[in-house]
Design a protein around this ligand. Structure first.
Ligand code: FES
Length: 107
């Protein structure tokens, strides 16, 4: 399990975790948007560093967009598409997650 469902508020703080990949453990995160939980690798499409300057802070002030703390790349939370900033049009790498029985899990 990545976290309890209750720990993810809509547009609120995200939860960081790591997933095993061919190149070792990679940082990832989950957030809730419009009631649905979305997961992404914690790697900005701009220069590949983590998005959250303060751990778990992925949303901008509006709570509607994910934002990279470094140069302000702004992403749609439901698709991971960058809509503003230095890597406009690029994508966050999606991590398949699901929610059941009060928990959030890797698929
Ligand atoms: S590293 Fe994210 S916007 Fe530059």
């Amino acid at each position: 399990m990545i976290c309890d469902s209750a720990s993810l508020a809509d547009g609120g703080k995200g939860v960081r975790f790591e997933i095993p990949t061919d190149s070792g453990l990679q940082p990832a995160f989950v957030v809730r948007h419009g009631g649905t939980v979305y997961g992404y690798l914690n790697r900005c499409a701009h220069i590949g560093i983590e998005l959250d300057w303060q751990a778990g802070e992925f949303f901008d002030d509006s709570g509607l967009y994910l934002i990279c703390a470094t140069h302000g790349a702004t992403y749609l939370p439901d698709s991971g598409t960058c809509i503003a900033g230095p890597c406009r049009g690029a994508q966050l790498a999606q991590v398949e997650v699901c929610e059941m029985e009060g928990g959030v899990y890797l698929k």
